[in-house]
Design a protein around this ligand. Structure first.
Ligand SMILES: Cc1cc2nc3c(=O)[nH]c(=O)nc-3n(C[C@H](O)[C@H](O)[C@H](O)COP(=O)(O)OP(=O)(O)OC[C@H]3O[C@@H](n4cnc5c(N)ncnc54)[C@H](O)[C@@H]3O)c2cc1C
Ligand code: SF4
Ligand code: SF4
Length: 406
């Protein structure tokens, strides 16, 4: 069985998602995240990585291991579902701030909770992902300290490569309370880091996430602008969605030309998404270890038109429940009807299928002598055992066919 003995064992085997925590651990003089030719953000060793640092990275990297909700976060009030894991409650929700609701990805639940945390002074800043103001097709990790910074950061769904954790240690060094908003793989890295760095739980007070189908490699965005003969250096605005729900994929050039595409026609068939290999073998794309996970609520999984934006909230921890309740009481978040786990599955059929398929995909990697992600508490083997044999064989063979394209 192939093992991980170097940073490049993670990247060359398609296990890296570009989260940036390795760079944050050792510093930019040793590891630098940069865009690869394939359009992924990946770390490069600039100077030799010591064994000690490699071992530290292996303890947190979401390409090496991913775990479910920490046991101490599960209590007698937690409910459980084999696909969706542990949760306290499920309900429709959205930001009561009309600007946030309009600009955000869905209904602004995550930005609305971020605003509440800032204005109630529960945290000093939010570490999240926004648009690079100089190069709007690219994403950057950023700190927001107030409503203005939150709203002006282009911080709705960024469906391209991002390294949300590249400043995580810088944030810890500030020794101030903050919240992190990012993808489930980012949250996993933070949970693992908290086991070896006591400052994480001291300072990073809330972990908020989105249910995540993966992102498109940078080449997908490049092809989009090139289809209108636009060059990256001429972009003034580049938006994947938002300004409505789902809102359009939209660009504006420095000479004022505007182009857009409907959400459904941009994403279309799953086979055209160009998601990185790591996303196809993702054992937790549903934010199992976050305090709260936000998701879209389109029956069947795709929008049939524009609406005002209705998130679903999966409240996973007691801390998440208190946060939601307080934000609702303070008037920042509107709580809609309760939801059942069956409705959540109906909104996210691709997540249900992936959760059922992922163990077979890992088996396919192992059969090809490739390392894969170590998992605990994510039930992927139990789900595999419940599947039809043909389904498992198809998934295992499917990944085997893809390994030479990693
Ligand atoms: C890569 C990706 C995949 C997605 N897949 C799904 C899916 O399968 N199902 C689904 O229901 N919804 C998916 N979404 C959309 C989004 O999760 C939902 O709309 C969710 O309900 C959040 O909506 P919101 O209005 O609360 O978000 P907002 O209030 O707009 O907040 C979005 C938050 O996400 C952060 N963020 C944006 N892009 C990134 C990124 N690339 N990396 C880390 N953090 C980021 C921002 O910093 C911001 O804090 C995806 C979004 C992304 C970025
Ligand atoms: S997934 Fe994150 S920690 Fe792992 S190698 Fe990639 S950037 Fe580094
Ligand atoms: S699908 Fe998984 S690996 Fe890919 S971006 Fe989403 S959470 Fe990360």
């Amino acid at each position: 069985m192939s093992e991980i003995n170097s940073l490049s064992d993670i990247t060359k085997n398609g296990l890296c998602i570009g989260c940036g925590i390795c760079e944050s651990i050792v510093g930019r003089e040793t590891i630098k995240i940069s865009m690869t030719k394939k359009g992924r953000l990946e770390p490069q060793e600039i100077s030799p990585l010591s064994n000690e640092n490699l071992n530290k990275i292996k303890k947190v990297c979401p390409g090496v291991l991913v775990e479910g909700l920490p046991k101490n976060e599960i209590n007698k009030n937690s409910k459980f579902d084999l696909i969706w894991g542990y949760y306290h409650s499920l309900f429709y929700s959205w930001s009561t701030d009309s600007k946030i609701r309009f600009q955000s990805s869905t209904g602004g639940l995550l930005n609305g909770l971020s605003l509440y945390l800032l204005e109630s002074k529960k945290v000093n800043f939010i570490l999240h992902t926004g648009t690079d103001p100089q190069k709007p097709m690219r994403s950057i990790s950023k700190y927001s300290h107030n409503k203005n910074e939150l709203l002006s950061s282009g911080s709705c769904s960024r469906y391209g490569p991002a390294s949300p954790l590249d400043k995580f240690h810088e944030a810890l060094d500030l020794n101030q309370p903050f919240a992190f908003v990012g993808k489930p793989c980012d949250i996993s890295a933070i949970r693992q880091l908290s086991k070896i760095d006591g400052r994480v739980n001291e300072s990073c007070k809330y972990l908020l996430t989105l249910v995540c189908g993966g992102f498109g490699e940078f080449t997908k965005s490049q092809d989009f602008i090139e289809s209108f003969n636009v060059k990256e250096e001429n972009l003034e605005i580049f938006r994947y969605r938002g300004n409505g729900n789902p809102g359009k994929m939209y660009i504006k050039t420095d000479t004022g030309e505007e182009y857009d595409k409907d959400y459904n026609s941009f994403w279309g068939e799953e086979s055209t998404w160009r998601v990185p290999f790591r996303c196809k073998i993702c054992p937790d794309a549903i934010g199992e270890s976050a305090d709260v996970a936000a998701l879209d609520t389109w029956p069947g999984g795709s929008p049939i038109g524009e609406d005002e934006g209705f998130n679903a909230a999966i409240v996973r921890t007691q801390r998440g429940l208190e946060l939601l309740n307080n934000a609702i009481d303070a008037g920042y978040i509107k709580k809609g009807n309760s939801l059942s786990i069956e409705e959540i599955s109906d909104f996210q059929p691709h997540q249900v299928k992936k959760k059922q398929a992922v163990f077979a995909r890992h088996q396919g990697m192992k059969k090809n002598n490739l390392p894969t992600i170590e998992t605990t508490g994510l039930r992927i083997k139990e789900l595999y055992d419940l599947n039809d044999k043909e389904f498992n064989i198809k998934e295992e063979e499917g990944i085997s066919k893809r390994v030479d394209k990693i």
